[in-house]
Design a protein around this ligand. Sequence first.
Ligand SMILES: [Zn+2]
Length: 74
Amino acid sequence: MREANKIICNQCERELKIEQGYLKEGSFSVDYAFGYFSSKDGVRHKFDLCEECYDKMVSRFRIPVEVTTNHELL
Ligand SMILES: [Zn+2]
């Protein structure tokens, strides 16, 4: 959840660390607009998770997250 100069984890309500306007820890931010074939057509969902809550969420996936690194872009 975002407030003025603040990002708060929607799951655990912890305020993420921001210094001089820069986020200083890992976070997972979603801003997703559901499309026409969804029952939520036209509805937008926004939330932020701290890295710990993100890890908890994906640990419940039956198929693990596909992990790649950005190294090949360098
Ligand atoms: Zn959290």
